[in-house]
Write a protein that binds this ligand. Structure first.
Ligand SMILES: Cc1ncc(COP(=O)(O)O)c(C=O)c1O
Length: 433
């Protein structure tokens, strides 16, 4: 007799058999197509989260399916004692899209947190090359999220994530982002004469609610780090691969504040890169940065695996073939306009198809746990997959392929979802990235 497999039965089996770090999942999903998914009871949802900004091509895109199936049936895994053409082609494709100069290279990892671990090691290597022996500090931003492994966690600001795992790798300091004065002060030698090896930041802070920096801040970081001899590392795990309407957010005039890209020394990628197949990357810009990590100083069994690399290539090629960067810009603007016009919405921060929506909290107050988590629950009941990054903030990160009709319908229905949420009173689950 097979085990029970309806929604409730599966959720019970999940709780009994999986480590409880994620809380109770919202639904058991069984199938997806384009921007829509179906749960174990056959209910359909429009997916405006895309596996947390991952499914760039939506669900079951034929190009991704063919690339992965074709590669897996040809050569699935080889380790990094060997190389494969998909891995080389993907590295070349990323360097070209990034506009990286000759001598730049890519290290492939398996996730965003792993890409940031590699970046942290790069920072340490840069510090170690300094003859003074005093280039030991790393600067990160308040409200930053860079991942959950010990190194990436050391760069992540949120105390509830950090506190249970102290001591974390040392030498990391947090500054208020967007404040050029704080940046310059942090880049000066400290009281013990220690200098800065690297500044790491997201071009737009996703987990914090899709918050960009004041215009020109990224360029100030670029100039100040160059002057101080520190690396500038951009975490584009969430913002990269077309999410904002350009391949990288550092190329997006709306993010940089002017028309020229702000080229960092290193960039980390993951999420959308594999379209749902796990892969991360660290792009080292220029020969000097590319040679900091020497043979034997870093490694991975799976990183750059031919299947993951084939998935990445399918994403790059499909985004271009289907004109998705343009679609992302237009569809994002259109949705942002419609959301901004709603009384239920207090503020909209849109960067392509990556949108933070601050909801208007009525004077009578929000449901327990916050209005946005209640809207997420009301959305599920009404067939929408949404996400809250705070008590009053929704984050939308749909597939880059999402049809505008789905987005228009969401803007139409949001007032009703907020209405339903204000009648919802059960306890919300916190949503973890
Ligand atoms: C900016 C940023 N960096 C790193 C990570 C961690 O990536 P992963 O969950 O793939 O380890 C995330 C995940 O949300 C992220 O948004």
């Amino acid at each position: 007799m097979s085990a029970p497999h309806g929604q409730d039965a599966l959720l019970g089996r999940y709780t009994a058999s999986l480590t409880g770090v994620f809380g109770r999942p919202a639904r058991i999903l069984v199938r997806g197509e384009g921007a829509h998914v179906w749960d174990a009871d056959g209910t359909e949802y429009v997916d405006l989260l895309a596996g947390i900004a991952v499914n760039a091509l939506g669900h079951a895109h034929p190009a991704l399916v063919e690339a992965v199936a074709g590669q897996l049936s040809t050569l699935g895994h080889i380790s990094n004692l060997f190389a494969s053409e998909p891995q080389i082609r993907l590295a070349e494709a990323l360097l070209e899209r990034a506009g990286a100069p000759i001598g730049s290279t890519v290290f492939f990892a398996n996730s965003g947190t792993e890409a940031n671990e590699a970046a942290f090691k790069l920072a340490r290597r840069h510090g170690a090359e300094d003859p003074s022996g005093a280039r030991t500090r790393v600067i990160a931003m308040e409200r930053a999220f860079h991942g959950r492994t010990m190194g990436a966690l050391a760069l992540t600001h949120k105390e509830v994530y950090r506190a249970p795992f102290q001591p974390l790798p040392g030498g990391v300091e947090f500054i208020p982002g967007g404040d050029a004065g704080a940046l310059r002060a942090a880049l000066a030698p400290d009281a013990q004469g220690r200098t800065v090896a690297a500044v790491i930041l997201e071009p737009v802070q996703g987990e914090a609610g899709v918050h960009g920096w004041p215009a020109g801040y990224l360029r100030q970081v670029r100039e100040a780090t160059a002057e101080a001899g520190a690396l500038m590392i951009l975490d584009e795990v969430q913002s990269g691969m077309g999410r904002t309407g350009t391949w990288f957010a550092f190329q997006n005039p709306q993010v940089t504040g002017d028309d020229a890209p702000v080229v960092p020394d290193a960039v980390t990628l993951a999420k959308g890169l594999g379209g749902g197949v796990p892969i991360g990357a660290l792009i080292c810009v220029g020969e000097e940065v590319s040679t900091l990590l020497r043979p034997g100083q870093h490694g991975t069994t799976f990183g750059g695996n031919p299947v993951a690399a084939a998935a990445g290539l399918a994403v790059v090629e499909t985004v271009e073939r289907e004109g998705l960067l343009e679609h992302v810009r237009r569809a994002g603007e259109r949705l942002a306009e419609r959301l901004t016009a709603l009384d239920e919405v207090q503020a909209v921060r849109a960067h392509g198809l990556w949108i933070g929506v601050d909801l208007t909290v009525p004077s009578a107050g929000a449901p327990e746990g916050g209005l946005a988590p209640a809207v997420v629950r009301a959305g599920l009941e009404a067939g929408w997959i949404l996400n809250a990054t705070g008590p009053a903030t929704l984050r939308l990160a749909p597939p880059l392929t999402v049809p505008v009709e789905d987005l228009d319908r969401f803007a139409e229905q949001l007032p009703a979802l907020v209405g339903a949420a204000l009648g919802v009173s059960d306890h919300p689950e916190e949503q973890h990235p």
